[in-house]
Design a binder for this molecule. Structure first.
Ligand SMILES: C[S@@+](CC[C@H](N)C(=O)[O-])C[C@H]1O[C@@H](n2cnc3c(N)ncnc32)[C@H](O)[C@@H]1O
Length: 503
């Protein structure tokens, strides 16, 4: 990518810095009408220049009323809490309307850069659609706002470390960097994206830690036991907590500690949290999957359930689920609309997690094929299919790069296949791109990304570049047709981008 970057001609820089106007048609997506009144018109004629930092800084200098400190920030802890809010939710000082303008401009900039890379590789614009405007070839739709703006997270992971007062049993989020040696763990109950329930469980976990004789595990090589806390909630208010614990050399004592923490949350002060379930994971690494170190259910319901797009969805502690449930519904509707599936189509859901994208479209397709790395998520997808009476789906566990080539070989070449890819931030493995490119029955591809940088950019370029036998990219290139930004992360700069490619 660095090499590519250097080859961007100077004149294309104007793409990256000009943010004038927009050329997307509001209301193309039918459910758009359900958004809060006024949103669909938000960006008509918008002028928004520069990056987040500059936009926010400018707003703050101007002393706009949207930069008010939340009333619940106390005068004593205000500075730490404000600093944390500025790191975790850097857009919190802006009104949501302003945030969406900033995000739309950023997504547009990403697309402009992407299109200029693709055009450069092709010499002429053979793999970009007919120009829709002077600055973008694809059709960029208005950003779809999140239906919930505050406290929207259904999952939060809290760290344990030294707080601003030096107490090593502080539960919150990190501020500072390890490189500079100035990391502080700051309580996060003021953050706008965190629901009160998550903060409450974090506060009680802190109470628990402070009365425990065992030390927290602050840095792996220094020993200690108590580690992170993850809290998951659903729309019904059910709450699952997962405590991560470094077992060090404990054996019998480990069992005792599990009983103590369980008692704390069932009958002790922690009962105020009303947990639906408590899990415990022994973990000697930064992150362990269930396969690497099982999630041990200390009490309660093993799963959390969510109702979405007329489906009841099961979610295991290890499974990925979009962190903004109402926003996820908008995202999945967008994906569904762009796929254009019909009863003759096979839908390939690559990196499917709990399978919601494929399952929500199952009744409109001939078959859904899901591929997902995590076993628990695949088990959830199978449960969700069975519970909702869906009989035309199958899910495969493992790395998409290993499974997809064989799966495609087994399909008749005649039947039309629509692929949806929704990779983790690291993007897709090259072999997945190669398999999609070389399987000619795939005419439509929907790419969902929350971070179109690095590997994901490379993925898109390899989907759209001219055939390259040296790279075994033989099939016709895809053409980027439409892009829809969907905001699942109010107050932060992050945004989902849904891209429709055809060939
Ligand atoms: C961003 S999530 C999307 C999940 C799903 N589409 C959804 O909306 O809930 C990415 C998923 O890709 C899975 N994943 C990561 N690497 C993978 C790989 N190499 N092969 C298959 N799945 C992978 C992760 O476990 C995760 O569930």
């Amino acid at each position: 990518m660095a090499g590519l970057k250097r080859r961007v001609p100077l004149h294309s820089l104007r793409y990256f810095i000009s943010m004038v106007g927009l050329f997307s048609k509001p209301g193309l997506l039918p459910w758009y009408a359900r958004n809060p009144p006024g949103w669909s018109q938000l960006f008509l004629g918008t002028v928004c220049k520069g990056d987040f930092t500059r936009v926010i800084a400018t707003k703050c200098q101007k002393g706009q009323k949207s930069q008010k400190k939340p009333s619940h920030l106390g005068p004593l802890d205000g500075s730490w809490q404000e600093r944390l809010a500025d790191v975790v939710t850097p857009l919190w000082r802006l009104s949501y309307e302003e945030q969406l303008k900033v995000k739309f401009a950023a997504q547009k900039k990403i697309l402009q850069r992407l299109e200029s890379y693709i055009q450069m590789l092709n010499g002429v614009s053979v793999t970009t659609a007919v120009p829709k405007s002077e600055r973008l070839s694809c059709l960029l739709h208005p950003i779809i706002p999140s239906p919930v703006i505050n406290g929207y997270r259904n999952k939060s992971t809290f760290s344990v470390n030294r707080g601003p007062d030096g107490n090593p049993k502080t539960v919150g989020f990190y501020l500072g960097t390890w490189r500079d040696g100035n990391v502080v763990c700051v309580q996060s109950n003021h953050l706008k994206n965190i629901p009160e329930k998550h903060s409450q469980v974090a506060q009680y976990y802190e109470v628990f830690l402070r009365q425990s004789p065992l030390e927290p595990c602050l840095v792996f090589h220094e020993g200690g036991y108590w580690r992170e806390l993850t809290v998951r909630t659903n729309s019904q208010g059910h709450t699952m907590a997962i405590i991560t614990f470094h077992p060090q050399k404990l054996s019998q004592e480990l069992h005792v500690q599990k009983e103590i923490v369980k008692e704390f949350f069932i009958r002790g002060p922690g009962a105020a949290c009303g947990l639906t379930s408590l899990y415990f994971q022994e973990s000697t690494m930064t992150r362990c999957s269930h396969q690497q170190s099982p999630y041990q259910l200390l009490f309660g319901e093993p799963y959390i359930f969510e109702e979405l797009l007329s489906l009841k969805i099961r979610i295991s502690p290890d499974a990925f689920f979009q962190i903004n449930t109402a926003g996820a519904e908008m995202l999945y509707r967008t994906v569904g609309e762009l796929t254009g599936v019909n009863s003759d189509t096979i839908l390939l859901d690559i990196c499917c997690g709990t399978g919601v994208i494929g399952l929500s479209l199952a009744q409109h397709t001939s078959r859904v094929l899901g591929i997902e790395l995590l076993e628990q998520a695949v088990e959830d997808a199978r449960w969700t299919a069975a519970f909702n009476g869906i009989t035309n789906s199958e899910f495969h566990t493992g790395q998409a790069e290993k499974i997809l080539p064989g799966l495609l070989k087994s399909k008749e070449d005649g039947q039309s296949i629509v692929a949806v890819v929704n990779p983790a931030r690291a993007g897709l493995h090259y072999k997945v791109i190669q398999a999609i490119r070389n399987f000619r029955a795939i005419h439509t591809l929907v790419f969902v990304s929350c971070k179109l940088h690095g590997e994901s950019t490379r993925n898109v370029i390899e989907l759209c570049c001219p055939p390259d036998p040296a790279k075994k990219l033989l099939g016709e290139p895809f053409v980027l047709q439409q892009a829809v930004p969907v905001d699942l992360f109010p107050h932060t700069p992050h945004c989902e981008l849904v891209l429709l490619f055809t060939r």
